[in-house]
Design a protein around this ligand. Structure first.
Ligand code: FES
Length: 101
């Protein structure tokens, strides 16, 4: 069974924004879409750009380095359909945002 670890306080990621957080030594991109949190790997498959710093457009994020985009609900790369980043299950308990690792 997956273990959930706290990665952020809910109020630290306003709606429509993302953050780079860390869990078990891995960088995770955490996003808030209208109060629903999504988490995928932070590292862009192109050249390693930080997706948690990218611009959010609905449920897709645009890499800040060379504009590849990803579906943050699935981890799928929308620029190269052969790529899919890891997506993490997210739960919110009170103010604590947790992901399954
Ligand atoms: S590193 Fe993300 S698009 Fe190039």
């Amino acid at each position: 069974m997956a273990e959930f670890v706290t990665i952020s306080q809910a109020g630290d990621v306003p709606p429509g924004e993302g953050r780079v957080v860390e869990a078990n030594g891995k960088e995770i991109a955490l996003f808030n879409v209208n109060g629903i949190f999504h988490a995928i790997d932070n590292t862009c498959a192109h050249r390693g750009g930080p997706l948690g710093e990218g611009a959010l457009n609905g449920t897709s994020v645009i890499c800040p380095w060379h504009s590849w985009s990803y579906d943050i609900t699935s981890g799928e790369c929308l620029t190269n359909s052969e790529i899919c980043l890891e997506k993490y299950e997210v739960t919110v308990e009170g103010e604590e945002v947790k992901i399954a690792v």
